[in-house]
Design a protein around this ligand. Structure first.
Ligand SMILES: *Cc1c(COP(=O)(O)O)cnc(C)c1O
Length: 465
């Protein structure tokens, strides 16, 4: 037993954590008062905390543990690779076998001619790479004025300066002087929240056409690319109307701009196909990947790049890279993860078994008095909570008040569900069985019932005026 597995009592761990560990996206002073949940082990879709309690992880970590926890094959792959070649770089005319093998595998798996990978350590830095790829691509084509990248409000593309600038999260932009120059944002295709009296189809077209309006406003000769997630994840599992993506594709094709699909969440089976691009009919020039690429067992991400973009970039030095681009251990782990996804037909399991079963149960939550919309795409779902279903009103209380109650009730009930404002979201491991899904639904029902009771009790079921 080492010091980490033979650990201190929970309250002591929490005290040390509070004293020395700054958590991401957290009000640390507030967390210090109650103590963080200490997760010590996990297997399949279940976490174990430091008190021995079992918790169903309906977020797959942070949208990433797609094959579930406890797969020894990935640990063995990491161990073997670390013994053989723990590290080597790929900067100075060198390469190594895991980076080669994974590049070939990704070219085979990625849609159409996205045959080239530029490795990163996760999704944020991959999107930073994409900014440089897109701008350098146009410069190399003799059009250096094409620099602006159009993105979307409430999109999420990571937390580096570049990634957070592409993202449309106002709370992130409010800290640290974001966005960086030459990035602008159009509205999101969130029908339930912003669609008013329009049909979803009309609304989807209208929101897509904001891209064309923005291109006309700034001038095609100024625009490098448009970036979007096929389904917005961190923004609240926002599934665009069916009209949205075909219109976006038409606009990107009609005007000379690159389309960057950020598939960090939607890739590797989450929507019931290997790629969100297949589910929504998207043909991107660059595709961001991370998270499910290694099922979170080791950090890795990257940009899948089309033949045309790669050929253009390759004409010259590309002055960019990360020490751990194509880290051999992460590549070996990703290869083993992809082997499992293919050989165990994980995508087929999602498409034919898990997603249809979950959809039928999840959508039934729309009958719950607290739920305005229950939406789901493959294995990512959201419940938009409202004090008034008919008007789709927001709560009068501060945004996130009811969502926080929901999140806390979920934790208390042994379920990890996240809240985004006053929406509850899930993105569970893809390997859930029907029995696991029954447990998820039972715990979520209990959580919603309790959240509703507390909201009524505290007089929070009032609509914002
Ligand atoms: C999580 C996420 C990122 C950022 O990935 P990191 O690995 O956290 O840097 C980027 N884009 C999307 C769509 C994401 O969900």
């Amino acid at each position: 037993m080492n010091l980490i597995s033979n650990h201190l009592p929970t309250d002591e761990l929490q005290a040390i954590d509070a004293a020395h560990h700054m958590h991401p996206f957290t009000a640390n002073a507030e967390l210090a008062k109650k103590g963080a949940l200490v997760v010590t082990a996990a297997d399949g879709p279940m976490l174990t905390d430091s008190t021995g309690r079992k918790i169903l992880d309906a977020m797959a970590g942070l949208w990433c543990v797609n094959i579930g926890y406890g797969r020894d094959e990935l640990a063995d792959a990491a161990y073997r690779q670390m013994k053989e070649l723990p590290y080597y770089n790929t900067f100075f005319q060198t390469t190594h076998v895991p980076a080669i093998a994974l590049a070939q595998k990704m070219a085979e798996l990625a849609p159409h001619d996205l045959n080239h990978i530029f490795y990163a350590n996760g999704g944020s830095d991959a999107n930073d790479t994409n900014i440089r790829l897109a701008r350098h691509y146009w410069a190399a084509k003799g059009k250096p004025s094409k620099k602006v990248i159009i993105a979307r409000k409430n999109g999420y593309h990571g937390s580096t300066m570049g990634g957070a600038s592409l993202g449309g999260m106002t709370a992130m932009h409010a800290q640290g002087g974001l966005p960086i120059p030459d990035i602008c944002h159009i509205d999101q295709p969130y029908w339930w929240g912003e669609g008013g009296d329009q049909s979803p189809e009309e609304f989807g077209l209208e929101r897509a056409r904001q891209l064309e309006a923005k291109i006309h406003e700034l001038g095609e000769d100024k625009i490098a690319a448009f970036i979007a997630e096929p389904v917005q994840g961190a923004g609240g599992v926002i599934i665009p109307p069916s009209t949205y993506w075909p219109e976006i594709q038409r606009i990107c094709d009609a005007h000379d701009i690159l389309l960057i699909a950020d598939e960090v969440i939607t890739g590797f089976g989450r929507t019931g196909n290997m790629w969100g691009a297949e589910t929504f009919g998207i043909r991107a020039d660059i595709m961001t990947i991370a998270k499910g690429m290694s099922s979170g067992y080791a950090p890795i991400g990257g940009s899948m790049v089309s033949d045309d973009v790669a050929a253009t970039i390759d004409m010259d030095d590309f002055n960019h890279g990360y020490t751990y681009s194509g880290h051999p251990v992460s590549c070996a782990v990703a290869m083993e993860n992809l082997r499992i996804i293919e050989e165990e037909n994980i995508v087929g399991h999602v498409r034919d078994i898990a997603a249809p079963y979950l959809k039928q149960k999840w959508e039934a939550f729309s009958d719950h008095p607290l739920v305005g919309e229950a939406r789901i795409c493959g294995m990512m779902g959201a419940l938009a909570m409202t004090p008034d279903k008919s008007s789709r009103a927001a709560f009068a209380a501060d945004k996130g008040t009811i969502g926080t109650i929901g999140r806390d009730r979920a934790f208390a009930n042994g379920l990890v569900m996240r809240h985004v404002g006053d929406q509850m979201i899930i993105s569970p491991p893809l390997i859930l069985t029907e029995k696991d899904i029954d447990l998820l639904i039972n715990l979520a029902t209990k959580t919603l019932d309790e959240t509703y009771a507390i909201a009524k009790d505290k007089g929070l079921m009032k609509a914002a005026s």
